[in-house]
Design a protein around this ligand. Structure first.
Ligand SMILES: Nc1ncnc2c1ncn2[C@@H]1O[C@H](COP(=O)(O)OP(=O)(O)OP(=O)(O)O)[C@@H](O)[C@H]1O
Ligand SMILES: [Mg+2]
Length: 452
């Protein structure tokens, strides 16, 4: 796992000398440090910047003492860790602070070693939290497997565009690897240390998507009990991945268009303009041209998003990628399930190559995982494959109600498709194997609409 996290630390103390000496020590260690000489100033800082850790003095003059400041920090930014600085006789207050969510407390005079140990401890804790979030998103090393010409072209294009800020629109059927490609563009870019934030525009209820994207201020609507930072702000300096963009409502489309044009927006219920530096990658499995024709998608937004188009072909049109993908998933799932390495017999590969993979790589991945768990042998044979794969073109599975001509056509269609698959779609070789002329094979492929 790459070291991606550098915490921002805030020191709040009315004694300027404490602020300054602590700041010097922490900055020498490479941390980003800001200071505030009162509770109010500290809260303003929390509201306007991402702060990971606060050193907070318990006794401060004015209406906003340490405990009140702590309460408001936790309200605005619950994930920010707070360590209280306690002077003589404030032990009880420190205990109370603990019950209000403070992580720890340090007694004055402050000891250099203890401070640095504490900071390291907090950094580890926050890093662990980030890793957990990353793993929930499936954010580990994710290679893109594929040696077919179309996949090689995609990989070359990813390398070429990654270091730029160019917006990318990824299209392709469900399960073809759009998210994987989006992540690769981010990971190979200069923004890789910052966040890759994914938004599934189809999964979020229409009336919540604006708050999800742009955040909201406390009280913006019923239930908005505290300020929320939206996805565009979370992705500042990084990448936002807008998935299933065809499902955005017209009003959200208009707001996204404005962020793309001006890199700024307002939180829902807030007047303050927020500026961000975000690269936008979007994806859809719908035909956006059709959505534009049907007045469901703004044409101006389409042109803003589609600076670099990346179209991923369905798996059935690049079956030469199958053997490598199968090997990759086999070794991965065998390792995960602590099983010895498994292989696929040629007869199974032939069936797999002839299948049309409506769910693309995701379907293949799930099938391989299931086979690893269920297949008792180390070599997977055609018979081990799910029924729906074997059935196609299997004469015994064609309904006896079918007229002979239709049954013959059904068989011929799938038989030819399987042969093409096993021969890597080499027409000459397939025609030779079938004992027919190449022109005849071409004619039959047209007849059955068999395409690579
Ligand atoms: N070329 C590939 N190499 C390795 N794994 C792949 C490849 N393509 C897809 N996958 C895997 O297949 C699964 C589906 O990929 P992904 O989620 O990126 O597809 P998608 O196009 O975004 O699908 P959807 O449109 O349904 O959201 C993931 O587990 C992904 O890691
Ligand atoms: Mg996806």
């Amino acid at each position: 796992m790459k070291q991606k996290f550098k915490p921002n630390i805030l020191i709040v103390d009315d004694e300027t000398s404490i602020c300054e000496s602590l700041q010097d020590i922490l900055e020498d260690e490479g941390y980003n440090v800001v200071t505030a000489y009162s509770g109010e100033a500290g809260i303003r800082c929390i509201a306007s910047e991402q702060i990971d850790l606060v050193f907070l003095d318990i006794l401060m003059p004015g209406g906003c003492d340490g405990l009140e400041t702590l309460r408001r920090i936790k309200q605005i930014s619950p994930d920010t860790e707070v360590i209280m600085i306690t002077g003589h006789g404030t032990f009880e207050l420190a205990l109370e602070a603990g019950s209000m969510g403070a992580l720890d407390f340090l007694g004055k005079p402050l000891s250099l070693d203890i401070i640095l140990d504490k900071v390291k401890e907090v950094v580890q804790k926050i890093e662990l939290r980030h890793t957990q979030i990353a793993e929930e998103r499936g954010d580990f090393e994710r290679p893109i497997i594929g040696t077919s010409r179309p996949m090689q072209e995609i990989l070359a294009k990813i390398r070429q565009i990654a270091p730029t800020n160019g917006r990318v629109l990824i299209t392709g059927e469900s399960g073809t690897g759009k998210e994987l490609v989006a992540y690769a563009v981010h990971n190979l870019s200069l923004r890789d240390k910052a966040a890759f934030v994914k938004v599934n525009c189809a999964a979020i209820p229409k009336d919540l998507i604006e708050s999800e994207l742009f955040g909201h201020e406390r009280g913006a609507f019923t239930g908005a009990s505290s300020r929320r930072i939206g996805k565009f702000e979370q992705a500042d300096d990084g990448t936002i991945f807008l998935d299933e963009i065809a499902d955005m409502s017209p009003s959200t489309q208009a707001k996204v268009l404005r962020v793309l044009e001006e890199q700024e927006f307002e939180r829902v219920g807030g007047g303050q303009t927020v500026h961000v530096d975000v690269r936008v990658i979007s994806a859809t499995n719908k035909d956006l041209q059709e959505e534009i024709q049907g007045d469901n998608f703004r044409e101006d937004l389409y042109y803003r998003l589609n600076v670099v188009p990346l179209h991923i072909l369905p798996l059935r049109e690049r079956v030469t990628d199958l053997p490598l993908l199968i090997d990759y998933f086999l070794s991965r799932f065998c390792r995960e399930n602590q099983k010895p390495n498994m292989t696929v017999h040629e007869n199974a590969l032939a069936v797999l190559s002839g299948y049309n993979w409506p769910g693309n790589v995701r379907e293949l991945r799930n099938m391989v995982e299931r086979l690893v768990i269920l297949c008792p042998r180390e070599t997977i044979e055609a018979d081990d494959l799910p029924m729906e794969l074997n059935r196609r073109g299997d004469p015994s599975q064609i309904s006896t109600e079918t007229p002979l001509r239709a049954a013959k056509n059904e068989f011929e269609h799938h038989f030819i498709r399987n042969c093409l698959g096993t021969n890597g779609w080499n027409i000459t070789e397939t025609a030779r194997q079938l004992g027919i002329e190449r022109t005849n094979l071409h004619r039959k492929m047209r007849q059955y609409d068999i395409k690579r």
